[in-house]
Ligand binder design. Structure first.
Ligand SMILES: C[S@@+](CC[C@H](N)C(=O)[O-])C[C@H]1O[C@@H](n2cnc3c(N)ncnc32)[C@H](O)[C@@H]1O
Length: 305
C-alpha cells in the first residue's frame, strides 16, 4: 500500500497473468511475453498454469479466477500484437508508458536498445512492480547475488526510469521533467489499459500534459474502451459473482472513436489508425470467443507532424 492508502493495481496483475497464459501459445511468431511470468507471485501463477494446461480447477471461486485469466489472455493478445507493431514502426529515443502496470516491453523488445523508457504509474502500483522486478532478478541470479538483484531484471531498453504519478492529483509534466524526459525531442507515448480508469477530466488533463511535451515526429498509441451496454453488464456480473479484481478499479470514462479523435486533434495529434480488438484479433488469427470485450476495446495510433 502507498502513503496515499491506495493499493497496487490488481488489474495490472490480471493483465500480466493474461500475458503469461498466452506466452508461446497464441499466434506463434507474433505474440510472445516470456517476461510476464517472472513478475508473478507463486499464487498468481497457479491460474496461469491451469489456463495454459486447459484444466479448469474445481470450486466456484478458483473457477472464476481461471475464467478471468483465460478471458484476459484472449484480450491481451491482439492488443499487445497491435501495440508492439505500432511501437516498432515508431521507435524514437524516448518512450513514455503511462500507467505502465506490469508492462514488460522495456524488458523484451529488442527494438528499444536505443530508447530511454519512462514508466509512469501510480506510486502504489510502481512500488509493487519494483519489488516484483527485484524478486524476479533474485530468482534468476540466485540468493548469493542478492545485492545485484535490487536493480531488477536486465532491460532491453537503454534505460528505464520509474516515474511515480497519480494522474488524478499529480503533475505528469513536472514528474517527467524531474525524471529527465526531454520535451524538445520526439517521444512515443503509450497509454494502454488506463483510460477507462480515469475520469474524462483526468484523461483531458493528461493529454494536455503530453501535448506540452510533444514535438513533431512523436506518436501516441492509446487503448481505450467504447460505451457498450453488454460489456457493462458483463463487468457487473463478474463483480456480483465475486471477482474482486475489478471491483476496486471501476471504469470512469468510455470514449467513442470520434470523441477520442476530436480530443487528440485539439492537441495537434492526427489519428492514423483506430481498430477494435476484435478486428485486430481476426487480422492475426487469434481466438475471439469473448467477442463483447474485444468489440468494445480499441487501439488507436495518433501522430504529431
Ligand atoms: C489495467 S492496468 C494496465 C497496466 C498496463 N498498462 C497494461 O496494459 O498491462 C491499469 C494501470 O493504470 C494505473 N492507474 C490507474 N489509475 C491511475 C491513476 N490515477 N494514476 C496513475 N496510474 C493509474 C494503475 O496503477 C495500473 O498500472
Amino acid at each position: 500500500m502507498s502513503e496515499s492508502g491506495r493499493v497496487a493495481s490488481r488489474t495490472a496483475v490480471l493483465v500480466c497473468q493474461g500475458q503469461a497464459a498466452a506466452d508461446g501459445r497464441a499466434v506463434p511468431g507474433r505474440f510472445a511475453d516470456p517476461v510476464a511470468v517472472q513478475l508473478l507471485r507463486a499464487a498468481e501463477r497457479t491460474p496461469v498454469d491451469e489456463v495454459r494446461a486447459g484444466t479448469p480447477p474445481a470450486g466456484w471461486r478458483a473457477r472464476t479466477v481461471y475464467e478471468g485469466v483465460r478471458a484476459c489472455a484472449e484480450v491481451v493478445v491482439p492488443r499487445t500484437v497491435a501495440i508492439d507493431e505500432a511501437l516498432r514502426a515508431r521507435v524514437t529515443g524516448q518512450l513514455v508508458i503511462l500507467g505502465a502496470g506490469l508492462d514488460t516491453r522495456a524488458w523484451r523488445l529488442h527494438e528499444l536498445t536505443q530508447t530511454d523508457v519512462w514508466e509512469v504509474d501510480h506510486p502504489a502500483s510502481q512500488q509493487d512492480k519494483r519489488a516484483r522486478l527485484a524478486d524476479a532478478a533474485q530468482a534468476v541470479r540466485g540468493p548469493d547475488e542478492g545485492h545485484r538483484a535490487a536493480a531488477g531484471l536486465p532491460t532491453m531498453a537503454r534505460s528505464v526510469r520509474f516515474t511515480p504519478v497519480d494522474f488524478a492529483v499529480g503533475d505528469v509534466g513536472a514528474a517527467l521533467d524531474a525524471a529527465g524526459h526531454d520535451p524538445s525531442a520526439p517521444t512515443t507515448w503509450l497509454w494502454e489499459g488506463v483510460v477507462p480508469y480515469l475520469t474524462p477530466d483526468e484523461v483531458r488533463a493528461t493529454v494536455a500534459a503530453l501535448d506540452a511535451r510533444t514535438v513533431s515526429r512523436s506518436a501516441l498509441i492509446v487503448n481505450y474502451q467504447t460505451p457498450s451496454v453488454k460489456a457493462a453488464a458483463g463487468r457487473l456480473l463478474t463483480r456480483v459473482l465475486g471477482s474482486s479484481v475489478t471491483s476496486g478499479e471501476p471504469w470512469r470514462s468510455l470514449w467513442r472513436p470520434q470523441q477520442m479523435a476530436a480530443l487528440l486533434a485539439e492537441y495537434g495529434m492526427r489519428v492514423v489508425s483506430d481498430e477494435t480488438l476484435l478486428a485486430l484479433a481476426h487480422t492475426i488469427g487469434s481466438p475471439a470467443r469473448g467477442r463483447i470485450s474485444l468489440q468494445s476495446g480499441r487501439v488507436a495510433v495518433a501522430e504529431s507532424h
